[in-house]
Every structure is written in structure tokens, then in C-alpha cells.
Design a protein around this ligand. Structure first.
Ligand SMILES: Cc1cc2nc3c(=O)[nH]c(=O)nc-3n(C[C@H](O)[C@H](O)[C@H](O)COP(=O)(O)OP(=O)(O)OC[C@H]3O[C@@H](n4cnc5c(N)ncnc54)[C@H](O)[C@@H]3O)c2cc1C
Length: 465
């Protein structure tokens, strides 16, 4: 007699771990990727998974992974489903591993500035727990309240304060994970090590394909002593990029540096008519005073005008408002944000080419960009597009055409095709363009060695050979 997947899992784990509630199965079919929502609307929805299982311990994760390996059942790790690139799309025979019941603070160590969390811990709750001790993780994705610590690691996420505090790979101290064979590993130890390749990077950006992240330890910061806000307006994107480059290359590090093109500047505040540059300065009071004075002097020297700082205050207060897709999709509009990066010498060409190409799409209502993560050697761009379509039948094709144009424009101008949302399914066909054929083949060999049965999140990240 054959048993159903939920029955087998229930006998493995005991009662209460396997969720049969149809509403939960329905909600765990996919992440926040617009295309999955379009398919729901177009009558071609992703199926419900065979089961949703919510482990409560590392030992339970190991049991589930070992069983899935033997049974050849696909496992889809699920944080809070805020992923925007199609990292999670269920199939009818897959099991969704919902990490929501593993959401505890394991330890906070103020002396060494370290905090450990279960992977399913809500990001805002993790930040609140350390903030209560006068500390911060310093990782502020817009989705902080709707994403998990494990999801941050699995997607190589970036926060709004990354220019000084780093992206998630700079903040992660160590990662605990269950490999596809059920082995438990802890990757990372001490403030730094020279002990062969840094295996934390096997999990950073793995998007559920290399194992299940069960815990993460982050290197914290003390809460900043002082904060100041400054705002400027550059005549155009090139002038703004030049100012930002000069600031970071001279050694200043405002944690937040954002530059908006004219369209987005106007949308943010009607008083802004050119390219707004928003900065948040944080740190010891003397450093903040020195940085704000130096940045103001540099802006004046480079002909970039000061703008009202209350623009930055407004941004800070509203920065995590999360838009829903329903209002847009119900009007037959497709829209998305797409992040890429490039060196200083290439970024303006990437901006020009992608915006110009998006504007050629029939029905284009908006094609704009801002930058939000700055490095000594370049920065990211975050494109926004919105296109009016004729209806659900053509929405996915129109959406994918906009993505194709941004990817092509970025590749043609020497940029990098993903800054922080990951690959998922939307960029899977572009991964070889990004990595090159040899490195893509290497990634496939690594995946085959780590997960020979191919049970971990099949269909995401790694392109078919
Ligand atoms: C409104 C909005 C704003 C956003 N802003 C930002 C931003 O500022 N910066 C940014 O970087 N991203 C942003 N994102 C994208 C998203 O929030 C991040 O990718 C986030 O890290 C995903 O976390 P999650 O827990 O929701 O993961 P999920 O969406 O559940 O999963 C994402 C991927 O990670 C895998 N995964 C999740 N948990 C685990 C685990 N424990 N072990 C192994 N694999 C796992 C999944 O299989 C999937 O492939 C935003 C998304 C939205 C909707």
C-alpha cells in the first residue's frame, strides 16, 4: 500500500508538523514574484505543493532532508516568501519546508558583538531583539519586516544602509545549514580565517539549492551615537554619479547614499526638479560632523546644489511601505524593480541604454532608476518599469520583455546583471551571460556534488546544461 507524502511526513515527525490546511498550501505556492501573480490572474496558477512542513528543530530538518533524498522528493525552503525573482514556485509533488516555526533568538553577545538566530526568524524581530541591547544588525532591506534571517543569507540580500555597513555577506559571521545528505555544518568561525575557500559562500546566494540554512550568526554594531541627514540636487545623473564617486573614493562612508533620476525625484517630492541625492550620515558625533561638512564642501565645489533635508526625513519615515501587486494587476499593468550594478565608468551608459530601451516598449508608462548601494569601484542601479498591457494573456510576455531589455542593456554596457534580489527564475536564463560558460559549468558541478539527487529547490537559480 502506498502512502501519501503528508502521511509519510507525519509518521516521520509526529502530529502537528505537516500542514493540511488548504489556505496554507495555497499561500505557499509561490513567492512575491510578479509573474506568479500574473499566472494566478491568467488562470495558469502554480499548483499547491504536496505538503507544507514546518520543522521546529535542526534535528527535524535533518530527518526531512534525509527522507526527501531517499524518496527523491523536491524540497523548497521557504522563509517569508518576500523573494521577488521566482525563487519559490511549487510543483504538485514538492514539499515546502516552511521555516516559520524556527524563529528564536539563540544568543546575543554584546562583548563580541555577535547575535545568533534561527533561520526562520523575522528580520524586524531580529533587529528589535538586538536594538533592545543598544545594538544593531545594520541590515535594513525594505522588506525587513516581511523577510527572514535565512532568506537574507539565501538571497545575498542588501540593506538600505549598506554603503557603510555592508551587504549581508559582510555582516554574516557564521551560517548553520543542513546539507542535502542530512549533514549539519557550521560555516564560519572567528572574526576572520585563512582556512581554505570560505564555505559560507556556498550558502550565501544559494537560493535553497544547496541545503537548508537553519541558523545564522551576525556581526553586530553598537547603535550610532549621532545621525545627520543631507540632501542635494545634481543637474543630471552623470553629475550625481561624479559626486558620489568622489565622496566614497575620498574615504567618506554615509551608510545611506541614494541618487534618483529626474522622474523619481519629482515623484518623491514636487520641489525636486533634477536628480536628488539623499544621504544619512551615522557614527560617532565628531565623525558625522566632519563627514557632513566635507560632503557639503565637496558638493559646492562640484556644482551640486543643496536641497531640503526634510526630503530624507520623509524617505526614512516611509521607506519600508510595501506595495501590493493587486491594485496594479487589476488595471492590466505590469511593473517591477530590477537591480543591476556597474563600475563608475560604465554606470551612466547602463542607465541611458536601459531607460531608452524600456521606453520603446508599447504601453510604457514609467521607465526610471535610482542608485542605492555605493562602492569604491562603482554602484548599483535600481530600475523601475510600468507598462499598460491589453490584459492577462499578454502580461507575462510584456513583463519578460521589459526584463530582457534591462538585462541586455546592462550586459551590452559591461554591467553586472543582479545586485541583490538574486536569480530565481526570472534571471536564470541570464546567469551564463553573467558568469561565463566555464564558471556556469563549475556551478553546475558544485550543485551536482552537493546535491546529487537534485532535491533542493529544482528549477531555481541554476540554468539547465
Ligand atoms: C517590498 C519588497 C522590498 C524588498 N526589498 C529588498 C531590499 O531592500 N533588499 C533585498 O536584498 N531584498 C529585498 N527584497 C527581496 C526579498 O525580501 C529578499 O530577497 C529576502 O532576503 C527574502 O527573504 P524571505 O525570508 O522572504 O525568503 P523567501 O522569499 O521565502 O525565499 C527566497 C529564496 O531563498 C530560499 N530560502 C529562504 N529561506 C531559506 C533557508 N532557510 N534555507 C535555504 N534557502 C532558503 C528560498 O528557497 C528562495 O529561493 C524585497 C522584497 C519585497 C517584496
Amino acid at each position: 500500500m502506498t502512502h501519501s507524502v503528508p502521511d509519510v511526513l507525519e509518521s516521520l515527525l509526529g502530529p502537528g508538523r505537516v500542514i493540511a490546511d488548504p489556505a496554507v498550501l495555497e499561500a505557499r505556492r509561490h513567492d512575491y514574484w510578479m509573474v506568479s501573480h500574473v499566472r494566478d490572474l491568467a488562470g495558469t496558477p502554480a499548483p499547491r505543493p504536496a505538503a507544507v512542513v514546518r520543522p521546529t528543530s535542526v534535528a527535524e530538518v535533518q530527518k526531512i532532508v534525509r527522507w526527501a533524498g531517499e524518496a527523491g522528493v523536491a524540497l523548497l525552503p521557504f522563509g517569508l516568501g518576500s523573494g521577488v525573482v521566482g525563487g519559490t514556485i511549487a510543483s504538485a509533488d514538492a514539499v515546502v519546508l516552511d521555516m516559520g516555526a524556527m524563529g528564536a533568538v539563540r544568543s546575543i553577545d554584546p562583548e563580541n558583538l555577535l547575535a545568533s538566530f534561527d533561520a526562520g526568524m523575522n528580520g524586524q524581530a531580529a533587529e528589535d531583539a538586538v536594538a533592545a541591547r543598544g545594538l544593531t544588525i545594520g541590515h535594513w532591506p525594505q522588506s525587513v519586516a516581511i523577510s527572514t534571517v535565512g532568506g537574507w543569507i539565501a538571497t545575498r540580500a542588501s540593506g538600505q544602509f549598506s554603503t557603510a555597513y555592508g551587504n549581508i555577506e559582510d555582516i554574516v559571521h557564521s551560517i548553520e545549514a543542513v546539507l542535502p545528505n542530512g549533514d549539519l555544518v557550521v560555516l564560519g568561525k572567528g572574526p576572520r580565517a585563512s582556512a581554505g575557500p570560505d564555505l559560507r559562500h556556498l550558502m550565501l546566494g544559494s537560493e535553497g539549492t544547496m541545503g537548508v540554512i537553519t541558523g545564522g550568526t551576525f556581526s553586530l554594531r553598537r547603535a550610532a551615537e549621532a545621525r545627520a541627514l543631507t540632501c542635494f540636487e545634481a543637474a543630471d545623473m552623470r553629475a550625481g554619479f561624479a559626486l558620489q564617486r568622489e565622496i566614497v573614493q575620498r574615504g567618506w562612508r554615509p551608510p545611506v547614499m541614494r541618487q534618483y533620476d529626474e522622474r523619481e525625484s519629482r515623484r518623491m517630492d514636487a520641489r525636486l526638479t533634477k536628480c536628488a541625492i539623499l544621504m544619512v550620515h551615522e557614527g560617532p558625533a565628531a565623525l558625522v560632523a566632519a563627514e557632513t561638512a566635507a560632503v557639503a564642501a565637496l558638493a559646492a565645489e562640484m556644482g551640486v546644489a543643496a536641497a531640503p533635508a526634510d526630503v530624507v526625513e520623509h524617505w526614512l519615515g516611509h521607506r519600508n511601505n510595501v506595495p501590493g501587486w493587486d491594485a496594479i494587476l487589476s488595471r492590466n499593468i505590469v511593473a517591477d524593480t530590477v537591480e543591476v550594478s556597474a563600475d563608475w565608468t560604465r554606470i551612466a551608459a547602463v542607465y541611458d541604454a536601459a531607460v531608452a530601451s524600456l521606453k520603446e516598449v508599447e504601453g510604457c508608462m514609467a521607465a526610471s532608476a535610482h542608485s542605492s548601494h555605493v562602492y569604491r569601484s562603482g554602484l548599483n542601479l535600481y530600475f523601475t518599469f510600468a507598462v499598460q498591457t491589453a490584459g492577462p494573456a499578454v502580461m507575462e510576455a510584456t513583463y519578460m520583455e521589459c526584463w530582457r531589455r534591462i538585462m541586455q542593456a546592462t550586459a551590452d554596457n559591461g554591467g553586472s546583471l543582479s545586485h541583490h534580489h538574486g536569480i530565481g527564475r526570472v534571471r536564470r536564463g541570464w546567469l551564463e551571460t553573467e558568469l561565463g560558460p566555464e564558471a556556469t559549468a563549475l556551478l553546475r558541478r558544485v550543485k551536482a556534488a552537493v546535491d546529487p539527487a537534485g532535491i533542493m529547490n529544482p528549477g531555481a537559480l541554476i540554468p539547465d546544461a
